[in-house]
Design a binder for this molecule. Structure first.
Ligand SMILES: [Fe+2]
Ligand SMILES: [Fe+2]
Length: 400
């Protein structure tokens, strides 16, 4: 494995010394460079290349936000992490827009090592350098216009309720992903990873959510006319149903509640890469759907041929940069071909694969959907698929 190059930026020499000391054990795997100002950091980046920048927020002359703004524009492949002490609301919002992850200072070496190791592990999900660059520049995903309006109204009313706000956010892919990024930033001091939107909204609190909703560019509605290459309503319906089916399959298999939640969220976000492709490669992406009748490959195989990766890996990579749970990432990345995950037991990977397939099968007029039955046999659940399909069909029957 090639060595990773890390650039730490902080105006306080003591902090840099502390970091250097606590990360000494990583010297064999990482090259670490320590700089005392944004200016010096940018100079260093002109001279040599880095994989990650870990910056303080409050610094004289150029603060962390200004530094990361330049890094994002000039060195888009670099992963951006803020490592900071107390931030006021405005600074937190700025950070969450510019940084992939926020860590709070003082930060335990283990937390920092863990965050960095997770980031480097993402190279296994998406190796394509060009796509990594595109994805690393994404700071927010577009939301359904109607849901943006709804959430806006919900946070501003005199009787704003956490429950109501959480319900709206849980129905929108862009907002749900962003809230999970925020709540999973070590910045908020939680020791566990959160996969449940309701928990996330409660933990962040109504004030933080209100600032997020009201700040520009964090939750923004997409313009359907500009993104005509994708059927957004269809994507939203498919994603919400797949989330529900993944949860149903996990419950039927009597899995523990955290795993059930992870599968639900992964089911909901499994096709989020389609949103990334539509927003960033609109015209090229359109050609994935304009196919001759002889081309029988599934759309994801055509994406792979065209872009070098499919929406599955692209979506998982962004969710990973945003600090989401590893189990969730595998379920997103391998929802078409679960065997590649090398996960040998039943869990969210298999549940999301099945949920995606069940949703498409149950759509009126759908063609035969082929799933990876060999994989399901290998992990020993082949005999239960029929019962799970029925459980999901019952769920759909209740909903309609
Ligand atoms: Fe998919
Ligand atoms: Fe799907």
């Amino acid at each position: 494995m090639d060595r990773k190059r890390l650039l730490f930026v902080d105006d306080e020499p003591m902090v840099l010394k502390g970091l250097q000391r606590s990360l000494r054990g990583m010297r064999r795997e990482w090259d670490m460079v320590f700089m005392g100002s944004g200016r010096e950091a940018l100079d260093a980046m002109q001279r040599e290349s880095f994989d990650v920048v870990i910056s303080d927020m409050r610094m004289p002359e150029m603060d962390g936000a200004q530094l990361l703004e330049v890094v994002k524009a000039d060195h888009p492949h670099v992963v951006r992490i803020i490592l900071s002490g107390q931030l006021d609301r405005e600074m937190t919002l700025k950070s969450v827009r510019l940084a992939h992850q926020l860590l709070s200072k003082p930060c335990e070496a283990a937390v920092l090592r863990d965050a960095l190791a997770r980031t480097f592990a993402l190279n296994r999900i998406l190796a394509h350098e060009g796509l990594k660059k595109v994805v690393a520049q994404i700071d927010a995903l577009p939301s359904m216009p109607a849901m943006c309006m709804e959430v806006m109204e919900a946070v501003q009313g005199p009787e704003a309720s956490i429950q109501k706000v959480a319900d709206i956010i849980a129905r929108d892919l862009g907002m749900a992903a962003k809230i999970l990024q925020m709540v999973n930033s070590a910045f908020f001091g939680l020791c566990r990873r959160v996969t449940d939107i309701r928990d996330a909204v409660v933990l962040l609190g109504l004030d933080a959510i209100r600032s997020l909703v009201l700040s520009v560019n964090v939750f923004s509605a997409f313009n359907k006319a500009n993104l005509s290459c994708l059927d957004f309503d269809g994507l939203w319906d498919h994603s919400l149903a797949a989330g529900g089916y993944a949860r149903q399959v996990m419950r039927s298999a009597e899995q523990p509640p955290e795993a059930v939640n992870a599968a639900f969220m992964a089911g909901m976000l499994h096709d989020i890469g389609k949103l990334i492709l539509a927003v960033n490669f609109g015209d090229a992406y359109r050609s994935v759907f304009d196919v001759s009748p002889e081309d029988t490959r599934p759309a994801w195989a055509r994406e792979q041929a065209l872009f070098g990766a499919s929406h599955a890996e692209i979506g998982a990579y962004l969710m990973g940069l945003w600090g989401l749970e590893t189990e969730l990432l595998a379920a997103i990345a391998f929802h078409h071909d679960p065997a590649r995950s090398r996960v040998g037991v039943f869990g969210p990977v298999a549940a999301v694969h099945l949920a995606d397939r069940f949703e498409r099968e149950m759509r009126p007029g759908s063609a035969l959907v082929i799933g990876d039955d060999d994989y399901l046999q290998t992990i020993g659940v082949g005999g239960q698929v029929e019962a799970w399909r029925q459980a999901c069909a019952d769920l759909q029957g209740e909903a309609s």
